[in-house]
Design a protein around this ligand. Sequence first.
Ligand SMILES: [Zn+2]
Length: 225
Amino acid sequence: MSALLVIMAAVFGGSTAAFLPRVAHRLGVAFGESPRATCASCGRDLTGWVRVGASCRCPFPYAMTPLTGAAAGAMLAVSLGPSPLLPFFLLAAVPGLLLALIDMRCLRLPDRLVAAVGLLTVVPLAVQWPPRIGPALVAGGVVLTTYGMIALLPGRGLGLGDVKLAAVLATVLGFAGWPAVIVGLVVPHLINGTIALTLLLARRGRPLPFGPALLFGALVALTTA
Ligand SMILES: [Zn+2]
């Protein structure tokens, strides 16, 4: 794994992420609503989907998005190295980061974006390692069933979008083996548990999005396990 590869992946991740604030702002609406046409902060027209940088001309912090995209790209390059899988995973990080942004805005994980992440990762993995398809599907199935049952319990704060994303990510990590699946499941709970406790101690308890933690957990699992 060369430094040049990591830098190129970081540049790809950062520059694609620079386009996402506008898309996330428009898609960050309640289920069934059509995409937002005006800025939620200033009411200005949000015509078009393609804009580099902040979602709107009104002041809105956005530097974190390209930085996160660059970090995700670099982590993928470090974990996968010069593999034919890397371009697919870098592409999958684009809908992945968009999912995190939308979930933070409105606690939703649109199915089509979850499917895009799944297709861009699971299909190339299945082509690369056919013998691992079985264990990967078992990992995805186990997570789908257990998280699905937890989501059906009242008041658990786990949405069906979280269940589907967790199952997709567990399938991806299943190709790397059970240690990766477990890291990918434990890290998100540690992250959201810590944030929830902090908010509780500050008496600012509120529903937390789980998607960003799931996606970050999968990245950590790919890099470490
Ligand atoms: Zn605005």
